[in-house]
Design a protein around this ligand. Structure first.
Ligand SMILES: [Zn+2]
Ligand SMILES: [Zn+2]
Length: 304
């Protein structure tokens, strides 16, 4: 069971950084885990300027091994070591993640103060982390790359009416959720007494770098949050697709076909400075109204 689901955009640029945008990294804060999707160069400093503690990161999912998506890993790991981290860090990614991460982390002189677990995922693999799952979707990019879908597990919906009926407080409901039951005034109450249905788990999908991908549409149906790359505007679409990228217009089409609730565009090319980025926004909004161009340090609380 997860209560908090907070998304923090740490870097919303693509290819190389600009004064306005850092390189790709998105943090998702859950109750017991803090996850990074991609760790572009400069991510550790972005973390220090955000509401997320760099020492609290538990898992990192790398979409692919183009420099803009992973070159921040070594710096972050070395800073964690200098701050005497002891907790394990888990790193997940596509094919060749073990060799890429091992080589990269072996640069320079330092001794790790904590264990690192590295795991390569297969295409369309789902890893179960207890309260939530993460699924890898093969992206359309020149190197082996993933989109990722984080899904909170469905849970029983608590009815206020039933709580009132049995005079149960929220603290007592917490006890039921943790221990399975509670004994109050000689009566035993379980989840069945206070639940009136299922609450669907929240889902967040992050495209990573990709040309428009039909599989992603199928996999993201009706999700709450889609974070999709939008490297360029529609005039450069053909070239972008050739290199395994999407335009803002195409990202909006993907969101519209998947019927997601909200679309956040990221991986914005450094050619779009503050004023020009509006072109991307208007092209996307004409197709999918609930589109927002993500900015560095933007935070979203994903509501139940
Ligand atoms: Zn990229
Ligand atoms: Zn790439």
């Amino acid at each position: 069971m997860i209560s908090t689901m907070k998304i923090v955009f740490l870097g919303t640029g693509g290819s190389w950084p600009s004064p306005e945008r850092g390189l790709p990294s998105i943090a998702v804060q859950l109750d017991r885990d803090c996850i990074l999707f991609d760790v572009g160069e400069g991510t550790q400093r972005q973390l220090m300027m955000s509401s997320i503690s760099f020492m609290k990161i538990t898992k990192i999912f790398i979409t692919h091994f183009h420099g803009d998506h992973f070159l921040g890993l070594a710096g972050l790991v070395q800073t964690m070591t200098l701050n005497d981290r002891k907790e394990k860090l888990e790193i997940y990614g596509p094919q060749d993640t073990v060799i890429q991460v091992t080589n990269f982390l072996n640069l320079g002189y330092y001794s790790l103060s904590f264990p690192i677990y590295v795991r390569e995922m297969e295409d369309s693999e789902v890893i179960d982390f207890g309260d939530y799952t993460v699924k890898s979707i093969r992206a359309r990019h020149p190197v082996h790359s993933f989109s990722y879908i984080l899904t909170e597990k469905d849970r029983r919906r608590i009815s206020k009416e039933l709580m009132d009926k049995y005079s149960l407080t929220s603290h007592e409901v917490d006890v039921i959720m943790k221990k399975g039951s509670i004994n109050k005034d000689g009566n035993v109450y379980t989840i069945d007494d206070i639940s009136d249905g299922i609450r669907k788990g929240r889902s967040v999908v992050y495209s990573g770098d990709t040309a428009p991908n039909d599989i992603l549409v199928e996999e993201s149906k009706n999700m709450k949050i889609m974070i999709h790359e939008a490297t360029v505007d529609s005039s450069l679409e053909e070239k972008a697709n050739e290199y395994g990228h999407s335009s803002a217009r195409q990202a909006a089409e993907i969101a519209s076909r998947a019927k997601v609730e909200n679309l956040y565009l990221t991986h914005i090319s450094p050619r779009y400075r503050a004023d020009k980025v509006r072109i991307l926004e208007s092209e996307a909004r004409s197709i999918f109204k609930n589109t927002i161009i993500a900015r560095d340090f933007m935070e979203i609380m994903v509501q139940v």
